[in-house]
Design a protein around this ligand. Structure first.
Ligand code: C5J
Length: 221
């Protein structure tokens, strides 16, 4: 067993059963004019996660381990978007509306794309997800089972919404999960801090957290 220096205690893993899951690092969340901005958020707060996520992706690729990308998005006819999701609140633009990067959060539109620095390469699994959790209404569970994956390193945005939801879904499905602390961000720094704390509380009740450096050190020695 290899070990990542993690909190609340070291994370034991077998490289044969480990994958990286990068959650929703999309222009719609990270760039002006997208879904995140339409909700009134300062999207620049998410930028610090990009370089760390890039290093993690490079490290997993170099180690020959799976890198999985998720994208929160909906079908053009919105048939997979619950009305409760689309109609909630008072955003400047709603899901499916035309924005400066195309239709907001619609599959195939420019704004839905993963930011170029973190773009998937051929052969990597890309999961389009209509919900916050990456297991809900997707093929992620089956895809991980096919690869024999039992342990996940998570990165992406936003920490307390899609990242935490996915980590909790994975936890309930029997995966050991570690969240890379510097490769995730929130529009609300206090929510990020609270999420990291609640994940690892009570003896890693949801999972572990660690710095990207510690994950890469464990992968490459
Ligand atoms: C949100 C996400 N925040 N990817 N989505 O609506 O966290």
């Amino acid at each position: 067993m290899a070990m990542v220096r993690a909190r609340p205690f070291d994370f034991p893993f077998s490289p044969a059963t480990l994958a990286l899951v990068v959650i929703d690092m999309q222009r719609d969340f990270l760039e002006p004019g997208g879904f995140g901005a339409s909700l009134g958020n300062d999207v620049s707060l998410l930028a610090p996660a990009v370089p760390a996520a890039r290093r993690l992706i490079a490290g997993f690729r170099a180690a020959g381990l799976p890198v999985i990308h998720t994208m929160e998005c909906h079908r053009p006819d919105l048939s997979d978007c619950p009305e409760a999701k689309r109609s909630r609140g008072a955003p400047r633009l709603r899901i499916g509306d035309d924005g400066p990067m195309g239709r907001i959060l619609i599959a195939g539109e420019p704004g839905t794309a993963i930011v170029p620095e973190l773009a998937p390469i051929a052969g990597e699994m890309v999961i389009e997800k209509p919900g916050k959790g990456a297991f809900h209404a997707t093929g992620l569970g089956d895809g991980l089972a096919r690869l024999g994956i039992r342990q996940l390193v998570l990165a992406g945005v936003t920490t307390e919404v899609c990242v935490q939801t996915t980590m909790r879904e994975a936890n309930d499905r029997g995966f050991d999960c570690l969240l890379a602390e510097d490769a995730t961000e929130s529009y609300f720094p206090e929510f990020k801090a609270a999420t990291l704390a609640m994940i690892r509380a009570q003896g890693a009740i949801v999972g572990w957290t660690a710095r990207t450096d510690a994950v890469l050190e464990a992968l490459h020695g």
